[in-house]
Write a protein that binds this ligand. Structure first.
Ligand SMILES: O=C(O)[C@@H](O)[C@H](O)[C@H](O)CO
Ligand SMILES: [Mg+2]
Length: 410
């Protein structure tokens, strides 16, 4: 007997002060439902509207087993497509349908994807220091906690330091000086290699804010530290520069957390200009497109390193891990541990209460439970205790500025 979609809705919560969006799909089968991640933290109400006003009327009454067809139709039915709002909305639906399929099969998602390639998922987390010394201490702490891969940053994205003062009347923003940032980061990695030798795999996130020619030079200078990867060295608008970066250095390159459209990654992958694809799964539309991306990358020797930031629900983190554990070309998984990141006011207990079954990290590995589907549930009553904020942020790391006040797109 066919099982149909009976209801679709969004559940928003911010247990750690970061807006999270979950989609819940209920079916005609009593007690059978699925959940998915649709988190676009900075525009959550736009995603809610897309799900509840535009996708829901299309989905009610559809057979839950038609995931591919529903994905294709929902992607095309607005004619204009591939933006972060609509992709996140579709991702929430897509993941929820995969969750339902897993529950109907009585299998965890990774079984539907072909089974395990490894028993747990190696991950890295962030050592974010206010200074070089602070960052080195945090790396040491993470190493003691079993992490073998660490992403190290000093002073926030772009380093947040300047030699020259902004002009009078300069607007607020996250000021930084690209030259100061590059020199400071080189110092940090000199110190890290001095202190830890080859015992750790090190990553660094440029966070897109360099001028292209500086990015070429920086990737070359970082080569001596034998990074696991250098992340998002340029914004998505400048992917045309990767050919030049590639020809100048063997520093492994990871790219893509801001990508939405397959045309943004196609050339980079088929011309082998990056080593790790780092898309945010809900930003590309969920599991259905991610599985195609994995296969494409596998054919060209590119490995996966899905975006795993704080602005992702534990449902999204679990989906990352299901794909990771079952992909032959898995590279590494980002995990947002609360211990050494910038987000000091994190609330992991509340997160666990709202999302029972969320993946666990032990000694640098992510472990999934063996429940059918995604394996993570949502406690709506607990979620209700942490409402989202609709405040429009006008000062943050998302608004970087050069010393003279010029805005830079991250
Ligand atoms: O790679 C990362 O974890 C960062 O680039 C974060 O994704 C960003 O600050 C928004 O979540
Ligand atoms: Mg990043």
């Amino acid at each position: 007997m066919s099982v149909m979609i009976r209801d679709v809705r969004t559940i928003c919560c911010a247990p750690e002060g970061i807006n999270l969006v979950t989609v819940k799909i209920e079916t005609t089968e009593p007690g059978l439902y699925g959940i998915g991640c649709a988190t676009f933290a900075h525009r959550h109400l736009a995603v809610v509207t897309a799900v509840e006003e535009y996708l829901k009327p299309f989905l009610i009454g559809k057979d839950v087993s038609y995931i591919e067809d529903i994905w294709q139709t929902a992607m095309g039915m607005s004619y204009w497509r591939n933006g972060p709002v609509l992709n996140n909305a579709l991702s929430g639906v897509d993941m929820a349908l995969w969750d339902i399929k897993g529950k109907m099969a009585g299998m965890p998602l990774y079984q539907l994807f072909g089974g395990k390639c490894r028993e747990a998922v190696p991950c890295y987390t962030h050592a974010e220091g206010n200074s070089v010394e602070d960052a080195v201490e945090k790396v040491a702490y993470l190493k003691e906690n079993g992490y073998r891969y660490v992403r190290a940053q000093a002073g926030g994205y772009g380093g947040n330091e300047m030699i020259h003062q902004p002009p009078e009347g300069a607007l607020s923003g996250a000021y930084y000086d690209p030259k100061v940032y590059m020199r400071k980061t080189i110092k940090l990695f000199e110190k890290l290699r001095d202190t830890f030798g080859d015992e750790l795999e090190l990553c660094h996130d440029v966070h897109e804010r360099l001028a292209p020619v500086d990015a070429v030079g920086f990737a070359k200078q970082m080569e001596q530290f034998q990074l696991f990867f250098l992340e998002d060295i340029l914004p998505p608008e400048q992917v045309g520069w990767f050919e030049r970066i590639r020809s100048q250095t063997v520093t492994p390159l990871a790219m893509g957390e801001l990508f939405n459209n397959p045309n943004e990654w196609m050339d980079l992958i088929k011309n082998r200009r990056i080593d790790y694809i780092r898309v945010h799964l809900s930003q590309i539309g969920g599991i259905t497109p991610a599985r195609k991306l994995i296969a494409l990358c596998d054919a060209f020797g590119v490995r996966t390193a899905w975006h795993g930031p704080v602005d992702l629900t534990p449902v999204g983190h679990a989906v990352n891990a299901h794909l990771d554990i079952s992909s032959p070309n898995f590279g590494i998984q980002e995990w947002s541990d609360s211990i050494c990141g910038f987000f000091a006011d994190r609330n992991p207990e509340a997160l666990e209460e709202i999302f029972p079954g969320m993946p666990k990290v032990k000694q640098g590995y992510i472990y999934l439970n063996d429940k059918p589907g995604i394996g993570v549930d949502i406690n709506e009553e607990a979620a209700g205790k942490f409402p989202c904020s609709s405040e429009v942020v006008t000062w943050s790391w998302m608004l970087p500025k050069l010393p003279d006040g010029t805005s830079v797109r991250p």
